[in-house]
Design a protein around this ligand. Structure first.
Ligand code: PLP
Ligand code: LYS
Length: 446
């Protein structure tokens, strides 16, 4: 368990999160159910903030809302002074609806639609992270039509790509995101930005990947960015670097094999690298922005399932099926992501068998966990899968017309339903009946 977690086991041998018995939760709200440990999220926000405060630099921590977006989580982010990264009109709409201050919202995305740009401009978002020339021109045009200006960062591919533990220094050029440096795209984007009276270039953004467990990748990215910043500073007299955004990707613990750094370690490595590199080129330290998604909400989430069918193939495998799967957690099917789990109502029982956890979709690939040691299970037992708080609910889908689960926040012995479970009626909400255009009442197949 993470240092921030409130998970305990109560006298009934049940998992308790935030002082709430999750077996009771499963009875009250049904399963599958996403349960969030609010205290865990709060402590992570505070840890990131305290780390920056200790460094004495100006900063923004922008929660990457793609990891988990709903009104309640955005409210929590607002309460703790986070900024917000949104990547679509829908995420922006959710944030505004939650009462999030638009000026603290950063709008991301590699293909922002004209209507999304218009919506964001009219809503008064604080900053666009501009990804490409199409967007640069479109944004400029929309700002001109609305007689407004906008702070922008240019997203740059710094030539550092992190694939969990590996750093590959060249692959990043081949990316759909951002302006490339070597081909001169980044320079041209700066020139276009500086030439516009509507675009206010504040600095640059880079994001090197996800599930990063070492400081090294961030340090390399800062070094690569500052090398270019020196060149741009010399080349463009009317450019001042105010902001350097190093993105998100801070790793979390999905399984015992994962050893993430503390928020403090990531932050101090980044700040130190920026200080050193900027000092070396004789420029002041800019405001530093980061964009953690999963590092704020990932480990706080636990998904509860009810165990149904159990298929034992002697000497082969025992499949234990649950009432969810790739519809509420697509990450194992998409990335072969690994998770750990417990039987929430049998925490005092010995883990005496190895089973594999299957989802209920009509896909052989709908497996949540392969080969996990658990106590002998029965139908009706509650399986708790850990670290599902990021990219679980936000990537949930209705494959097989399965309703998306509800979300409950737990804290101080209280549970609050913050997203209702979908119903069959919800599944039909967008459907319209086909009006037959045929005069025939039957079709004859020959
Ligand atoms: C630009 C950007 N910022 C932030 C994030 C958040 O990543 P994570 O949830 O891994 O912190 C992502 C997703 O990888 C991203 O693409
Ligand atoms: N959805 C991914 C991360 C995507 C990162 C967004 N740029 C995951 O679950 O890990």
């Amino acid at each position: 368990m993470s240092a921030f977690s409130t998970h305990t086991v109560n006298e009934k041998g049940h998992i308790q999160i935030g002082g709430v018995d999750v077996v009771e939760l499963s009875r009250e709200y049904g399963t599958p159910l996403y349960v969030y440990d609010v205290e865990d999220i709060k402590q992570r926000m505070v840890a990131f903030k305290e780390a920056f405060d200790a460094e004495g630099v100006s900063y923004q921590i922008a929660y990457a809302s793609k990891a988990f977006s709903c009104i309640a989580i955005i409210q929590l982010m607002k309460e703790y002074g986070m900024s917000l990264d949104v990547v679509s009109g829908g995420e922006l709409y959710t944030a505004l609806h939650a009462g999030f201050p638009p000026e603290q919202i950063h709008f991301h995305g590699n293909n922002k639609l004209p209507e999304e740009i218009e919506f964001a401009v009219k809503s008064g978002v604080g900053c666009f992270v501009v990804d490409n020339f199409y967007e640069l021109d479109l944004l400029n045009e929309i700002l001109k039509n609305n007689n407004r200006t906008m702070d922008i960062l240019l997203r740059i591919t710094p030539g550092v790509e992190a694939h969990t533990h590996d750093y590959i220094s060249t692959g990043q050029e081949d990316s759909k995101f951002g302006f490339d440096i070597n081909s001169g795209q980044a320079d041209l984007a700066i020139e276009k930005s500086l030439a516009s009276q509507y675009l206010q270039l504040q600095g640059f953004h880079s994001h090197i990947g996800s599930q990063i467990f070492e400081e090294e990748g961030f340090i390399l990215a800062v070094e690569a960015m500052v090398r270019e910043i020196k060149r741009w500073n010399d080349k463009y007299a009317n450019f001042t670097l105010n902001v350097l955004n190093v993105g998100g990707g801070f790793g979390i613990r999905y399984t015992q094999d994962d050893a993430p750094l503390s928020p403090g370690r990531y932050v101090s490595a980044i700040v130190q690298a920026v200080r050193e590199q900027m000092g070396a080129i004789g420029l002041p330290v800019p405001e530093i922005w980061i964009e953690p998604g999963r590092a704020l909400v990932g480990e706080a989430g636990t998904t509860l399932y009810t165990i149904g069918s159990v298929k034992d193939i002697p000497n082969v495998r025992k499949y234990v099926s649950v009432d969810g799967g790739m519809t509420d957690n697509i990450r194992p099917a998409l990335y072969e992501a690994e998770y750990e789990a417990d039987v929430a109502n049998r925490m005092n029982d010995a883990r005496n068998e190895t089973v594999s956890i299957a989802g209920k979709c009509c896909e052989s690939g709908d497996m949540l966990i392969w080969d996990i040691a658990l106590p002998s299970v029965q139908q009706g037992d509650i399986l708790a899968v850990y670290s599902t708080g990021a990219y679980g609910y936000s990537m949930a889908n209705n494959y097989n017309r399965i309703e998306r689960p509800g979300v409950v926040f737990v804290e101080n012995g209280q549970a609050q339903l913050v997203v209702k479970r979908e119903t069959y009626e919800d599944l039909l909400k967008q459907d319209l009946r086909y009006q037959s255009q045929s005069n025939c009442t039957s079709v004859h197949l020959t």
